[in-house]
Write a protein that binds this ligand. Structure first.
Ligand SMILES: Cc1ncc(COP(=O)(O)O)c(C=O)c1O
Length: 447
C-alpha cells in the first residue's frame, strides 16, 4: 500500500478529505504539514460529526476538533503494535513514521490480527468457475457433475481405483469402521500421536481404542510397538478388528514394516491419510497401501473443500457399501425402505467444485509447504534441543505442517511459554498434545 494515496496536505478542506477517502485503499486520511510531518488522521466519522456540528464542506480539515494520533516509529516490534490495537479498540489503522515524523506506512488492524496463520486456505478462480457452474446448472445437491468429476480426479491423487467424497474425514473413518462391521467392545488399534478425530469414530461405535506408541523419528506408529502389542493380544485372544495408521502432519508411517505384521494376523489397516494427500510412500501415493484410506479436505488441510473428506480403496464392494451408508442406507427397493442405521455423509456438488479447483494445484501446494519446512529447518536445525519430523528414506511427505519437538533438557522454556510468545507476535500455532497426556485423558474417560 502506498501511503501517498492516503495523504492530504495542510490547507486541505473537508471536501478534499471526503474525495480522498472515496478513492483511498484504506478508509483513513493522513494529514501532513508543510514539511510532510504527520499532523493527524481523519476518518469518515470525523467528517460526518464536523458537518453535523456546523462546519461546511469548504472548512479546513485543521478546524476539526483535536484528536490524539495513533502512530508508531518505523521498526516498532509486533508487541508494540499489538498493545496499541488493544489500547485503542476503535482504531482501524496505525500510521508508521520515520525519525523525522513523516508518515511512511500504515498498519491495518485487519491485516495485523490475521497475523501469520497456521494453514490458511488458498482460493482462486478455478474454484469459482466450478462452483458457478453448479449454480448455473442448479446442481446444489449431494450429487452432480462436480462430485462425479472430483471422485474421478481423486483416483490418481490417492492411487486408488474407487473413491467416495464425503462431508468430512471423520465421516470417512467412521464409514471405514462400519464397513468392517466394527461394533461394541471390538478393539481397534490407533496411532497414539494424532488428532482426536482418528479415535472419535471408534467411540461412536462403542468399540475400544488401543493406542500404539509412536517411533521417535517419523513420529508415526512404531512397527516394534505394534508387533509387541499384536503378540501379547494374540496370546490373550483379544486381537483387534482393525488398525488405524495415521500419517501424521503429512508424513506417511512405515507401511513396509506395518503391513506384513497386520497381514500375518489377518487384520485390516485403515490409513488415516487426513493430513497426507499429495505425499508418497515407496512409489505410491500416501493412502494407497492399506485396505482403505480416509482423507480430509477441512479448511486447514493441504487442499480444502471448506469441509469435506473421502474414503478410498481398491475394493469396489467396500466403497459401494460405504456409499450406501453415507446416503441413509436405503435398501434396494422402489420405495423408501431403510433397514440399517446410516448417515447423511455425502459431499455436496457445490463443495466438490471447490475441491476440483484445489486438486489442480495440489502439486504446487506440496512444493510450497516443503519450501516452508526447509526455511524453518535451515534456520532452526542448529539450535540444540529442537528436532524436526524425519522423512525416512523411500517416503516423501507433503509437509502439511512444519512441527518441531523440544527437548526439555536442552530448552529451558516450557512449550506453553513458547506458544504464548508466538501468539503475542501474531503467529498462530496449535498446542501440541503429548501422547501421554492424551492417553491419560482417555484412561480418565474409561478406556
Ligand atoms: C489425523 C486426522 N484424522 C482425522 C481428521 C478428521 O478430518 P475432518 O476434520 O475432515 O473430519 C483430521 C483433521 O481434522 C486429522 O488431522
Amino acid at each position: 500500500m502506498n501511503i501517498e494515496q492516503q495523504m492530504i496536505a495542510s490547507g486541505a478542506r473537508i471536501r478534499d478529505a471526503m474525495q480522498k477517502l472515496e478513492g483511498a485503499p484504506v478508509k483513513l486520511c493522513v494529514l501532513v504539514d508543510d514539511d510532510g510531518r504527520l499532523v493527524r488522521t481523519v476518518v469518515d466519522g470525523d467528517l460526518r460529526r464536523a458537518l453535523l456540528a456546523g462546519l461546511s464542506l469548504d472548512s479546513l480539515v485543521e478546524e476539526l476538533p483535536e484528536q490524539g494520533v495513533v502512530s508508531l516509529a518505523e521498526g516498532a516490534p509486533p508487541e508494540a503494535v499489538l498493545r496499541y490495537f488493544q489500547e485503542y479498540p476503535a482504531v482501524s489503522a496505525i500510521v508508521v513514521t520515520n525519525p523525522e515524523g513523516r508518515p511512511t506506512g500504515l498498519i491495518q488492524r485487519k491485516e495485523h490480527e490475521a497475523g501469520i496463520l497456521l494453514s490458511p486456505p488458498h482460493m482462486g478462480m478455478r474454484e469459482t468457475t466450478y462452483v458457478q457452474k453448479a449454480f448455473e446448472d442448479n446442481w446444489i445437491a449431494p450429487a452432480g457433475p462436480n462430485l462425479a468429476a472430483f471422485e474421478e480426479a481423486l483416483k490418481p491423487a490417492s492411487g486408488r481405483q474407487h473413491t467416495l467424497a464425503l462431508s468430512s474425514g471423520t465421516a470417512a473413518i467412521h464409514l471405514a469402521l462400519r464397513v468392517l462391521n466394527i461394533g461394541a467392545n471390538d478393539r481397534v488399534y490407533v496411532s497414539d500421536l494424532t488428532f482426536a478425530a482418528s479415535l472419535q469414530p471408534i467411540l461412536y461405535e462403542k468399540a475400544k481404542p488401543v493406542l500404539i506408541n509412536s517411533e521417535p523419528d517419523s513420529w508415526n506408529m512404531s512397527p516394534q510397538a505394534l508387533e509387541r502389542r499384536l503378540k501379547t493380544d494374540a496370546e490373550a485372544g483379544c486381537l483387534p478388528k482393525a488398525v488405524i495408521v495415521v500419517h501424521l502432519y503429512g508424513q506417511s508411517a512405515n507401511l513396509d514394516a506395518i503391513l506384513p505384521l497386520t497381514e500375518a494376523y489377518g487384520i485390516p489397516v485403515i490409513e488415516d491419510a487426513a493430513e497426507s494427500l499429495g505425499a508418497t510412500f515407496g512409489n505410491r501415493a500416501s493412502g494407497a497401501h492399506g485396505l482403505m484410506a480416509a482423507f480430509s479436505f477441512n479448511g486447514n488441510k493441504i487442499i480444502t473443500t471448506s469441509g469435506g473428506g473421502a474414503l478410498v480403496s481398491d475394493r469396489e464392494d467396500l466403497i459401494e457399501k460405504a456409499r450406501n451408508l453415507a446416503t441413509q442406507g436405503r435398501d434396494y427397493a422402489e420405495h423408501y425402505q431403510h433397514s440399517q442405521i446410516a448417515y447423511n455423509y455425502r459431499m455436496s456438488n457445490v463443495l466438490a467444485g471447490i475441491g476440483l479447483g484445489q486438486l489442480e494445484l495440489l502439486a504446487q501446494r506440496v512444493e510450497r509447504r516443503r519450501e516452508i519446512f526447509e526455511t524453518y529447518r535451515s534456520h532452526l536445525s542448529e539450535v540444540p534441543g529442537i528436532e524436526f519430523q524425519a522423512e525416512p528414506a523411500g517416503s516423501r511427505g507433503n509437509r502439511w505442517l512444519t512441527v518441531i519437538s523440544l527437548d526439555p533438557d536442552e530448552i529451558s522454556r516450557h512449550p506453553y511459554q513458547l506458544l504464548r510468545d508466538l501468539r503475542s507476535k501474531g503467529i498462530e500455532e496449535p498446542p501440541g498434545v503429548e501422547a501421554d497426556a492424551y492417553a491419560t485423558a482417555l484412561q480418565g474417560a474409561g478406556f
